[in-house]
Every structure is written in C-alpha cells, then in structure tokens.
Ligand binder design. Structure first.
Ligand code: SF4
Ligand code: SF4
Ligand code: FES
Length: 522
C-alpha cells in the first residue's frame, strides 16, 4: 500500500496533521472546530453549493469554501475572522429570506442546523420586508414529506438518491428564487433506503411521516444500539419518549452502515412497545398458570429440567449472552437447540459496499449458529417425544397447541406467552431487546453492543439474568450481576470470542477473532 502523506497546517492557531487530500472542513473537526456547513456531508460527494463553509486562508485573495478546499503544507486557516463571519452572515440572511418563522411547528426544531448557525452567527433581525415565497407541502412517497418553504437547496437529498441509492428520483426544479426540489415524472421515493434523505436534510424540509408531530427533539431520550431487524447490524440510536420507542435513527459506523439505515429497519420498531407482554413469573398450579415469586419459578423450572433432555427453540433476536446461556442448558442435558428465521427480499444500498437489508430478518442469526443452534424451517422440527420444550422468545407462528403435546413439559422464557403454549408449566418473563443490554454478532462476524432504552414491564427481567439464575439453580454456575460478566464468560470459554470484552468492543464493535467461523470481517 502506498504510504499516505501527512500534511501539517494550523486552523484558528491550532496545529493539525491530517492525510493529504483531506478537506479543510474535515481537518478542522480534528482540531475540534466545527466550521458551519449545509451542503457538505461526509457520506455524499462534495457539491460546494451553499457557501456556508467559507473561511480565510492566509495568502489566498478570496475566502475559500472549506468543504471543497484541500489542506496544504504550512497553510494557515482562520474560521472566525470578521471577513469570514460577515460572509457567512450574508449567506444565512439569503437563506432566511424565504424561510418561514416555522420553528414552533417544525419537527426539526431543536435539531436544525439552520437554527443552530443562525443563533451562532446570523443576524439578530431580518431586513426583508416583502411577502415570503409560498409552495405547498408535497408527499414525496415512502415515508417522506417535502416542505418546500423550509428548503435551503443544499441538494444533499438529490445527491443521496443519485450517488448513493443510484435511483435518480429528485432534482432541482426551476431556477433562481423559484428553485425547489422536485421529483422526476412518474417517480416516487420508493427505494428501500430513501428514508435517509430525512436524516440528511439539515433543516425541516424533509420530514418522516411516521414521526410527524410525535415529539419535540428535546423531549427524546437517546441510547446507542444496533438495529435488530436483519443480520446487517446497522448501528442506530433508539429514541424514546415517555418510555416508548418513538424513532430509530442511524448512528455512524464506517465499517457497517456508514451513515445510513434502511426504511424496513427504521420503521419496524412498534413491536418494542407491545403491551400484551408477559410481566409476572408464573407456574402451573391446580391446572392454571399462577403468578409466583421469581425464586420459586426459577426453582420449579430447574426441577422440570433437572433430569430431562431439553429441546430449546431460541429466537435469533436474542443476544449472544442469552444464546450462550441457553446453549449451556442444551449441552448439560444432551439436548437440541434450534431456531427459525423470518426471511424477506434482500435490498442493497448500491453506493455503499457490503451494505444491504439482508434476507434474514433477525439480528443474531450468526450468533445463534456460533453457539451451536441449528437453523430449521418449522419451529418444532427435531422435537422428540418426552423432551422438555424450552421456548426462548419464539412466537410459535403457525403452530397449534396439539403439536406441543409431544413434549413432556413446556417452559416459556419469553417476552410474551404464545397462544400455542398456554399449557406451559412455567413462564419466565424477560425484557425485550430495547429493555436490556447485550451484544449481537452480525453476518460478517462483527460483535456489537446494544444498550437499554427503556425499562421492562412488570417483573420481567433481562434474559441473561433469568438464564444465569436458572443455570445457577441447576448447580451449573454462580450468578451473574452484569451482562458484561456473561460476556466475559463467553470470551473465556468460546474461542471465537477470545480477547473480546465490553470495553474492547466500545460502541462500534469488533470482528470476532475466529474469522473462519464468522466470515470475513469488515
Ligand atoms: S430538501 Fe433538505 S436536503 Fe433536500 S435540498 Fe432542501 S434542504 Fe437540502
Ligand atoms: S439493513 Fe438491516 S440492520 Fe440495517 S437498518 Fe435495515 S434492517 Fe436494520
Ligand atoms: S458546505 Fe461548503 S459550500 Fe456548502
């Protein structure tokens, strides 16, 4: 590989060293300085159309657009000089000429770059006295609404559709002060990744229909997580309001999803707010499931499992931690572990290498396989007469209660009690993915952490805690106090995970070390 040349310069008096070819705007980020910008986005080709990023470069006669100017050896850049500030103030004044005073009713308010930079560098008042231009709101298709009056014509949305989605739907229609974003004749934002234009829009001109008027940005709590809806493992932020998941947003990770997430993953979150949840540990007494203390329920489940062969039907949405503990239940009894996966059509994002909505629509298919679970087509494939059936958060879709009769006993460890499993002997309620912490292994073998976004309902507990206690009651091990304790156990006992820890994974993950089992790491 050719050696990368390093260029040294100063920005606002701070020395910076960056690879040759870096833009001044990116170099300034390294120095901890955010140069205001609109049309520039690191995930899109540079357009240089908004002129918001003008800075002064020593010895250059004119101000330079920092997004489109590369660093040079010995360059001296000034961001906050009177000349640069005056130019950017002028840009903001022009952008605001036709912009409505819409902030109180705009979904972007509180996370709007027009608000932020105007507050930071704009004029205190407007000199414009004429009526503002008006255009009606337009449905752009998919999940996207266009509010032209708020548009600053940065063209990020156009470039995303052209250069990343490779589906030219949007354009700049008209010219001069009549210009606005239009759709090509007969086209709609129907691409499976088109929802990203809403995140890319720096103002409130492109809005998500799903999120419309749902919450103000400052009412939302945010945690770092992983999209659970396919095996790609896109890094996301879960945003909650009043303990309900309100929105999923992509979180940048250059190695997995760059800055993007697909519409299927983005909009498939309502199940995280389900209200028909299993909330109390229950044990069958006098023919009916009755609520009981956790300790008793765990001991009854342990007694059922003690001398029996376990058939564990696990959900591939469970964490590595839960699947590891379940695999130990299988191993100690000489039993079988299986899982079923819902599938759909694969949908790549052509402009990003190895990024697609994958056909396996569950986060941890690779993890389930690494822990020895076998993929089957029907949930009960492989169940033997007399097995104790452990249903670990599988919904038993398409299965009737009579098909479960082959099992000697049924234990449900799940977020809900499936219809077909109403005759279960024990129900141990667990937190769903958004309510606990853990890790997933994506299709390339990358192990990534997700964190808790909201509390579990009732007395439901994290899956790793319940399974750890169950193994403890079976005399298999000591209790775990944290999910990181379970992960440490995995790292010490499973060669594919050796050397990994929550600290080492950070919030962007690492490939599992056993590349042969897990595929090529990106
Ligand atoms: S709709 Fe948003 S992203 Fe598209 S050009 Fe207008 S301001 Fe930019
Ligand atoms: S590609 Fe998969 S992981 Fe990424 S957002 Fe879509 S469903 Fe989620
Ligand atoms: S961000 Fe540089 S010209 Fe728009």
């Amino acid at each position: 590989m050719a050696e990368v040349k390093i260029v040294n310069l100063t920005i606002e008096g701070r020395p910076v060293s960056v690879p040759e070819g870096t833009s001044i705007l990116e170099a300034a980020k390294v120095a901890g300085i955010l140069i205001p910008h609109y049309c520039y986005h690191p995930g899109l080709p540079v357009a240089g159309v908004c002129r918001m990023c003008l800075v002064e470069v020593e010895k250059a006669p004119k101000l330079a657009p920092s997004c489109a100017t590369s660093v040079a050896e010995g360059q001296v850049v000034r961001v906050h000089t009177e000349r640069a500030l005056e130019a950017r103030k002028g840009v903001l004044e022009f952008l605001l000429i036709n912009h409505p005073l819409d902030c109180p009713i705009c979904d972007q308010s509180g996370e709007c770059e027009l608000q932020d930079y105007t507050y930071q560098e704009g004029r205190a008042d407007s000199r414009y006295r004429d009526p503002k231009r008006f255009n009606p709101v337009e449905d752009f298709g998919g999940d996207v609404l266009y509010v032209p009056n708020r548009c600053i014509l940065c063209t990020r949305c156009v470039r995303f559709m052209d250069d990343v989605a490779h589906d030219a739907v949007l354009n700049v229609s008209e010219r001069g002060d009549r210009a606005l974003i239009g759709k090509f004749e007969g086209k709609d934002l129907a691409h499976p990744w088109s929802g990203n234009v809403v995140d890319l829009c720096p103002v409130g001109a492109l809005l998500s229909k799903d999120f419309l008027n749902k919450a103000r940005a400052w009412e939302l709590d945010r945690v770092a997580s992983i999209c659970p809806n396919c095996t790609q493992g896109c890094n996301i932020t879960i945003e909650t309001r009043d303990l309900q998941v309100a929105r999923l947003k992509p979180r940048p990770n250059e190695d997995v999803n760059r800055f993007f997430m697909c519409d299927y993953g983005r909009l498939n979150y309502r199940w995280m707010n389900r209200t028909d949840r299993a909330e109390q540990p229950m044990v069958r007494t006098d023919g009916a499931l009755r609520s009981i203390d956790w300790d008793v329920a765990i001991h009854v489940a342990a007694a059922v499992l003690r001398d029996a062969r376990a058939f564990v039907l696990a959900s591939p949405m469970l964490s590595n931690e839960a699947l590891h503990l379940l695999s130990r239940l299988v191993r100690r009894s000489g039993g079988t572990g299986t899982f079923c996966v819902a599938t759909g059509e694969e949908a790549p994002l052509p402009g990003v290498e190895d990024l697609a909505l994958r056909s396996d629509r569950a986060a941890n298919v690779n993890g389930a396989e690494l822990f020895g679970f076998k993929r089957v087509d029907r949930p009960l494939d492989g169940l033997r007469d007399g097995d104790v059936l452990v249903i670990a958060d599988d919904g038993l879709s398409g299965i009737t209660a009579t098909e479960l009769a082959r099992a000697s006993q049924v234990i449900v460890i799940g977020t809900t009690l499936p219809e077909a499993a109403h005759e279960a002997a024990v129900l141990l309620p667990i937190a769903n993915f958004a309510e606990e912490e853990g890790t997933f292994t994506n299709l390339r073998g990358r192990v990534q952490r997700f964190t808790q976004a909201k509390p579990a309902p009732g007395l439901a507990r994290p899956s790793w805690l319940v399974l750890g206690d169950l193994l403890g009651a079976l005399g298999e091990q000591d209790s775990f106090y944290l999910p990181s304790d379970v992960f440490a156990k995995i790292a010490s006992s499973h060669p594919a995970f050796s050397g990994l820890s929550y600290e080492a994974l950070g919030m962007r993950g690492l490939p599992v070390l056993d590349g042969q089992t897990a595929g090529t790491a990106r």
